[in-house]
Design a protein around this ligand. Structure first.
Ligand code: SAM
Length: 216
């Protein structure tokens, strides 16, 4: 299998054809090898138009969703970005290819360790990973230019909003456990927040203090 050709086809047919236009996002999606972030047995499906299982009942998101969420963050190159839900590390790799530094939090230790290995393998040294409940954010490293939550939240965790810089953007799926709306919040200078709804989506649960409980 020629992964480079598969990746190019993925970008053309799944991303550009659906309206992804940000040059930085397109270039990052062309560059980062998604097959590094899935189990070897799944590598032939790495460029398919779907989310894939990564173990621990979690998933690597669909390429289009990764591209859309990244585009909504409007990154230009020097930003400090916080991600909640490291999972495979693929979204963090895309962010790290575009932005200055990425801080990413994962609650499941085995996934965080595997993501670290994949990111190291690609030489992406501008990613810090923490094993913790990300719904509290990362106060020691705040504020952030952009925050991305890659698990479905029942509500917007206020701790995360308070860790956004003025003018900063947060992208988060909000809804019930079965379907959510992708929401972008922009923090204004006076501290108020501007909300825009994007597409419908379906993510695994954000589990934590300001998310769902594991039993929900
Ligand atoms: N961004 C990931 C990627 O590129 O592979 C996909 C993320 S997966 C859809 C959601 C991840 O969020 C899971 O790995 C899950 O364990 C994690 N998660 C759920 N609740 C969390 C929390 N409160 N803090 C940190 N990670 C959380």
């Amino acid at each position: 299998m020629n992964y480079e050709i598969a990746r190019k086809r993925m970008v053309e047919t799944q991303l550009v054809a659906r309206g992804i236009t940000d040059r930085r996002v397109v270039e990052a999606m062309l560059k980062v090898p998604r097959h590094i972030f899935v189990e070897e047995a799944m590598s032939a499906q790495a460029y398919s138009d779907s989310a894939l299982p990564i173990g621990e009942k979690q998933t690597i998101s669909q390429p289009y969703m990764v591209a859309l969420m990244t585009e909504l963050l409007q990154l230009k190159g020097s930003e400090r970005v916080l991600e909640i839900g490291t999972g495979s590390g693929y979204q963090a790799a895309i962010l790290a290819t575009i932005a200055g530094r990425v801080y990413t939090i994962e609650r499941i230790r085995s996934l965080a360790l595997r993501a670290r290995k994949a990111l190291d393998r690609l030489g992406l040294l501008n990613v810090n990973i923490k094993i913790d409940d990300g719904t509290d954010g990362w106060p020691d490293e705040a504020p952030f230019d952009a925050i991305i939550v890659t698990a479905g939240a029942p509500d917007i965790p206020q701790a995360l909003v308070s860790q956004l810089k003025s003018g900063g953007r947060m992208v988060i799926p909000v809804g019930d456990q079965y379907e959510q709306t992708l929401v972008r919040l922009t923090r204004r200078e006076d501290g108020s927040v501007y909300r825009e709804n994007s597409v419908g989506c379906r993510f695994v649960k954000l589990i934590g203090k300001f998310g769902w409980t594991a039993e929900d």
